[in-house]
Design a protein around this ligand. Structure first.
Ligand SMILES: [Zn+2]
Length: 346
């Protein structure tokens, strides 16, 4: 049986596929041409520049409430979209149930609204996009780019070197046919990825040496972040990805998948990440305080200042709407510090 047929059989048998099929009609990806329902709310009317084909997104994982670090990313991606008179989408990356917190997705969306963000189209939930991810896996398998891996974490750690995002998988299982309860890896041999980040500059990566063949579908049947992210960005017509610098190292594998799947590569802007007083990234693990909607203007002003925007003194006493009005009119990507990370209080 060829890999493609084998995959089709797998797809029919997979409980995940059935679950995905059940949910699929509920949330369809909004088409890139769909009429924007809210995009003019903070649209920069009258601006002569801008890219009307621009599409950006904010894609939080529902692992906990938004904190100041998430706000910085949301503000950066939102203002890039609005100052370009483009669209801004929200995607909930809920493909890893063991890491998720019940109610977090609803809490994130409520917080975004209270902070005055207005997204275009329907919110996309990755948990309902299984069909699209399976279709991408089928295409990769049909192209002979996938194989199953039976190595344990321990076995890999024992032989692998360390790359920018952990162990470099040495390709031991190459050629192994796809099977249901095994991880699926994508071939990376010979793939060199060069890209220019709008803030962090140009970099070049040898995928095989830096990452090795990486997992696109986990042994537990869950889809890997790189695959889901690439499939969803392409389906939504995202033209620019604005996210935290901690995800810069995810970009080369994602560009690799874009090429294999025939998708165009968006522009990338990796913002400096926010550090606490101990120099750690603000995160749920480090007990970052959740955003407080009662202090939305102050926290928005702080996020803007973090991104190098000269918010006039006293504007944090104004309303959220006034703050956004100023921010959209004065947004300057050139003013963002070209750093990997910065302390919050500097
Ligand atoms: Zn293996």
């Amino acid at each position: 049986m060829g890999q493609a047929r084998r995959l089709r059989a797998l797809k029919a048998a997979s409980p995940l596929a059935l679950a995905a099929r059940r949910h699929y009609p509920i949330a369809r990806m909004s088409s890139p041409d769909a009429a924007a329902n809210t995009s003019t709310q903070h649209g920069r009317r009258g601006a002569a520049d801008g890219d009307p084909g621009y599409c950006g997104r904010f894609a939080p994982s529902p692992t906990g409430p938004l904190h100041f670090g998430s706000l910085v990313t949301a503000v950066g991606s939102y203002l890039q979209a609005r100052s370009n008179r483009g669209r801004w989408l929200v995607r909930i990356e809920d493909i890893d149930p063991p890491r998720e917190q019940p109610g977090a997705a609803a809490d994130i969306l409520r917080t975004l609204e209270l902070f005055g963000f207005a997204w275009d189209g329907e919110v996309v939930y990755q948990s309902r996009r299984g069909e699209a991810y399976l279709a991408a896996l089928e295409r990769l398998a049909a192209a002979g780019m996938l194989y199953a891996c039976t190595c344990s974490r321990k076995e890999i750690a024992a032989v692998a070197s360390l790359g920018p995002v952990g162990h470099v998988y040495p390709g031991r299982c190459r050629g192994r046919p796809l099977a249901e309860r095994q991880a699926w890896r994508v071939l990376t041999a010979g793939s060199r990825i060069r890209f220019r980040d709008l803030l962090q500059g140009e970099s070049e990566w040898d995928l095989e040496a830096s990452y090795g063949d990486f997992v696109v579908r986990r042994a537990d049947g869950l889809f890997a972040y790189h695959l889901a992210s690439v499939v969803d960005d392409a389906a939504a017509g995202v033209t620019e990805v604005v996210r935290g610098h901690d995800l810069l190292a995810c970009t080369p594998p994602q560009i690799h998948l874009q090429r294999l799947l025939g998708h165009s590569t968006p522009r990338y802007m990796h913002l400096p990440i926010a550090l606490n007083a101990q120099g750690q990234k603000l995160s749920k693990q480090n007990h970052a305080r959740p955003l407080d909607p009662r202090r939305a203007p102050q926290q928005l002003a702080a996020a803007l200042r973090f991104l190098g925007q000269p918010v006039p003194a006293g504007l944090e006493q104004a309303s959220v709407a006034e703050l956004w009005q100023w921010a959209v009119a004065h947004w300057s990507a050139d003013a963002i510090p070209r750093a990997a990370a910065l302390p919050v209080d500097r």
